[in-house]
Unconditional design. Structure first.
Length: 318
C-alpha cells in the first residue's frame, strides 16, 4: 500500500475520523489504511468507539500509523505528519491489551487525550502504557533516547462509572509508578499527565496506596478519579497521605467506595495540612462493609479547616 499527498492538499484535509459504530463496522485491514492515512494527512482526532475493533485491528492501525517515515515523503516534514491529538477506543470489548496503543503514543508527539473505557484491558497490559506515559525516555546516563517522547499525554480515561476496565491493583500500580517518575530536566514543560480517570477499574486498597506514594513526588496531576473501586479505610489513609504536601491536585474523586468514619476523618485531617486551597475531595455514597461509629461532622467542623470535602449520600454516622 502506498499513499501520496501534495503540499497543496494539506489545507483541504479533514482533521477528524469518526465511525458510527452502531451502524457500521470496520472491514478487515481497513484500520491499517486509516492508521497510515491519519499519520500522513494530519488527522487530529480518531474516534473508534462502538466500532467493534478487536486486538488485531488495533495492531493494524498502529502498524499503519507508525509505518510513515516523514523524510521519505516528498514535500512533508516532521511538523506536518502525525498530528494526532486525541483517540477514543471506548466500548470495544475485544480490546484486551494496550501494547499497540502504546506504540502509537510513542510515535504521536502531540497526542494529549486517550479515552478507552468499557473494554477488556487487563492489568499486565498497563505496563506498556505506563512506559509511554513517562515524562521522558532516558538511559542510565541521562541521555535522551527518543526526541519525540516528551510525555505529551495529558488526559487518560480508562474508566467511567459504571464502565471500567479490569486492570486491578496491578495495572493501577504500573500507572502510579509512571506518575512518580520526575520529568527530564531538559523538558520540564512537558511533564505530562494532568487528568487520570480509573472509575470501576478494581483498583482496591493496594492501588490506592501506590497512588498515595507516587503523588508525594508528582507535580503535574490535577484530577484523579477512583470512583467505585472498593477502596476501604486502609486505602483512604494511604492515599490521602499525599494531600499533606501535594500542591498540584485540584480534584480527587473517591465516591462509591467503602470508607467509614475513620477514613473520612483521616482524609479531612490530611487535607487541613495541605497548603493548596483549591483541593477538592469527594467521598459521596460510601458503602462500607463494616459500619463504624463516630461523629465525622464534629471532627471536620471543630478540629480541622478543610476547603471542600463532599460527604453527601453516605452511611457515615453524622
Amino acid at each position: 500500500m502506498s499513499i501520496t499527498c501534495h503540499r497543496s492538499e494539506l489545507r483541504k484535509m479533514p482533521t477528524r475520523i469518526k465511525f458510527d459504530g452502531q451502524k457500521q463496522r470496520l472491514a478487515p485491514r481497513t484500520s491499517a489504511f486509516l492508521g497510515r492515512w491519519s499519520a500522513l494527512k494530519r488527522i487530529q482526532i480518531v474516534d473508534f468507539s462502538y466500532c467493534g475493533i478487536d486486538q488485531a485491528e488495533l495492531e493494524h492501525f498502529a502498524e499503519g500509523f507508525c509505518a510513515v517515515e516523514p523524510p521519505q515523503v516528498p514535500g512533508l516534514t516532521f511538523k506536518k505528519v502525525r498530528q494526532l491529538q486525541e483517540i477514543n477506543l471506548s466500548h470495544n470489548t475485544d480490546i484486551v491489551s494496550l501494547r499497540h496503543l502504546a506504540r502509537v503514543m510513542d510515535n504521536a508527539p502531540k497526542l494529549e487525550k486517550i479515552t478507552i473505557y468499557k473494554c477488556s484491558v487487563k492489568g499486565q497490559s498497563c505496563e506498556e502504557l505506563a512506559k509511554a506515559i513517562c515524562a521522558q525516555k532516558v538511559d542510565q546516563k541521562g541521555r535522551v533516547l527518543d526526541r519525540w517522547a516528551h510525555g505529551s499525554l495529558k488526559y487518560l480515561k480508562l474508566g467511567a462509572m459504571p464502565f471500567g476496565n479490569p486492570i486491578g491493583a496491578r495495572g493501577a500500580c504500573y500507572l502510579a509508578d509512571a506518575l512518580a517518575i520526575a520529568p527530564h530536566p531538559k523538558f520540564p514543560q512537558t511533564a505530562c499527565l494532568e487528568e487520570l480517570y480509573l472509575d470501576s477499574c478494581e483498583v482496591h486498597d493496594e492501588g490506592a496506596e501506590r497512588f498515595g506514594e507516587a503523588l508525594k513526588m508528582n507535580k503535574t496531576l490535577k484530577v484523579l478519579s477512583l470512583k467505585a473501586n472498593e477502596i476501604s479505610d486502609t486505602g483512604m489513609v494511604q492515599l490521602s497521605a499525599c494531600f499533606r504536601n501535594n500542591v498540584s491536585l485540584k480534584l480527587v474523586a473517591l465516591d462509591h467506595n467503602a470508607a467509614t468514619n475513620r477514613g473520612a476523618i483521616v482524609v479531612a485531617n490530611n487535607m487541613s495540612v495541605n497548603k493548596n486551597s483549591a483541593l477538592i475531595v469527594t467521598l459521596k455514597d460510601q458503602r462500607p462493609k463494616d459500619f463504624a461509629s463516630g461523629n465525622v461532622t464534629h471532627t471536620i467542623t471543630n478540629e480541622v479547616k478543610v476547603k471542600c470535602l463532599e460527604l453527601s449520600r453516605n452511611r457515615l454516622d453524622i
